[in-house]
Design a binder for this molecule. Structure first.
Ligand code: URA
Length: 477
């Protein structure tokens, strides 16, 4: 039986290459033993001869799925992926079959890896250690559930590129020195020194902790107890929980000095708005959003779908939420509504590749019906929870014009929930003054049953997109 020994580093790429070769050679899943932990040269140690790189076509959603699942710790992950890949050759729609148990298992693994990566970026804590050269050096210990150090390392390289650091984990270590990274063996927990940042973390945590909003269950779901032992600020948690009741009562009895909404308006008038984006660029936003648990929609969706497009796009197009196809592809407006939008935008002279296309809500909300997933309108709480991400996208992109398509987008961007039919075709303003052109949602055009009403809706949609194109032409830099 051929044994494929995959390397610890570059596992996902090595699995992809091996799987391609095996598929091209027609080797069935049950004939392969997959191993993890070899050096790269051993990859095809015991494998059958293949006929060169495979020519099989594989859906993009599977490629993304495999690239993440390969980092899972389940020893069966490679075999499961290959078995699905094998089945995919005979069945086109398999990656969209939500009743398929093999696919469901792999999707669950994908989600677990994403969550683990998110937790590592959120909860890893560096401590300062003695410098070797002139640069400051830091070290951190982390115990991930999966093999995520390599795929998550670029995040730390970007975020902490101006210092040297070491991240130790039980399975692998990463050393970043003068801008270049290398990986070495794993180890046991090193005796890391306490340093000034410990106290800083604790002070920060005590300050952001709101005793009046304490929900221990939600807090431990977001910051599971297993991470606490390596987080300096966690030492303060038991005490803060114990004294939360008394502190909340104290806060309630202290009268506010200013109403928060009024303070915000006054601040804006005085030019004191804090419009610093809460995340460090669109890539960081995407990564952070992958771990979003702000509302329950993340539980059933395949993945988060954030906006895409140039970070300096003059136009931001906002829809409601990803649909079935967007949820699978991980990209906004790629399904029927997206195709309709593309066609009308093209006709109106709007270049989608120059627009930032996104949604008010970033996870697909649906109810399963047989093998289908039926779209559900997000409720006000879900829209409100997701506004954090939309606002962050707006702060990063700073579009000149926002095109809000449909009632949910209009409510999220303008804060007003009146009917879209009366408001469409008009310009309003977002809270920060950005002009917002309101229009119909393209899905509405797809759903209107009556031919006359559909023609009228199409006429309106066309007119609104043309108005957006005109606005952009008039305001071109
Ligand atoms: N409908 C939306 O509102 N957004 C999408 O991305 C797809 C369909």
């Amino acid at each position: 039986m051929p044994t494929i020994a995959l390397p610890i580093l570059g596992t996902a790429a090595a699995w992809r290459d091996a799987a391609r070769g095996l598929l091209a050679a027609g080797v069935p899943p049950q004939d392969i033993v997959w191993q993890h932990g070899a050096v790269a040269a051993d990859l095809f140690a015991d494998a059958p001869a293949t006929s060169g790189p495979g020519t099989a076509t594989v859906p993009r959603s599977f490629v993304h799925l495999a690239a993440t699942v390969c980092w899972h710790s389940d020893p069966e992950r490679f075999g499961r992926l290959y078995a699905l890949l094998w089945r995919l050759q005979g069945s086109d729609g398999l990656t969209q079959d939500h009743g398929d148990p093999d696919l469901a298992k792999l999707r669950a693994m994908e989600k677990a890896v994403r969550r683990d990566k998110h937790k590592m970026t959120a909860f890893l804590r560096f401590r300062e250690i003695a410098p070797v050269s002139g640069r400051r050096r830091f070290a951190a210990w982390f115990e991930p559930d999966h093999h995520i150090l390599e795929p998550v390392a670029p995040f730390f390289m970007r975020r902490f590129g101006d210092m040297d650091w070491v991240i130790a984990t039980p399975a692998l270590g990463a050393t970043f020195t003068s801008g270049s990274i290398s990986f070495g063996p794993g180890r046991t927990k090193p005796p890391l020194p306490e340093d000034a940042t410990e106290e800083l973390w604790e002070t920060y945590f005590r300050n952001i902790f709101n005793p009046a909003r304490l929900k221990v269950k939600a807090m431990t779901a977001e910051m599971p107890r297993k991470y606490w032992k390596n987080m300096p600020e966690a030492a303060a948690i038991p005490d803060m929980i114990a004294s939360a009741g008394a502190r909340a009562t104290e806060m309630q009895s202290a009268a506010p000095t200013r109403a928060p909404a009024r303070a915000a308006i006054i601040g804006r008038r005085l030019g004191m708005t804090d419009d610093t984006p809460p995340v460090d660029g669109l890539d960081a936003l995407r990564r952070d959003a992958e771990g979003c648990t702000r509302c329950p929609l993340h539980r059933d969706a395949t993945q988060v779908v954030v906006g895409e497009g140039p970070s300096d796009a003059p136009l931001m197009v906002v829809g409601e939420q990803p649909g079935d196809q967007e949820d699978l592809a991980g990209r906004p407006f790629v399904g029927p509504a997206g195709q309709l939008f593309d066609r009308f935008a093209d006709e109106a002279g709007l270049d989608r590749s120059r627009a930032f296309v996104t949604n008010a809500v970033k996870h697909f909300k649906f109810v399963p019906r047989g093998k289908r997933r039926i779209h559900q309108k997000p409720d006000a709480g879900e829209v409100q929870a997701c506004r954090w991400w939309l606002d962050a996208e707006r702060q990063l992109v700073r579009p000149g014009l926002i095109l809000a398509m449909g009632a949910t987008a209009a409510a999220s961007v303008t804060g007003k929930g009146q009917g879209i039919m009366k408001r469409r075709g008009t310009f309003e303003a977002a809270e920060d003054g950005t002009p917002v052109l309101l229009t119909l949602h393209p899905s509405y055009l797809l759903r209107v049953p009556d031919a006359g009403a559909r023609a009228a809706a199409e006429r309106d949609f066309r007119a609104d997109l043309a108005a957006a194109a005109r606005w952009l032409a008039d305001h071109a830099a």
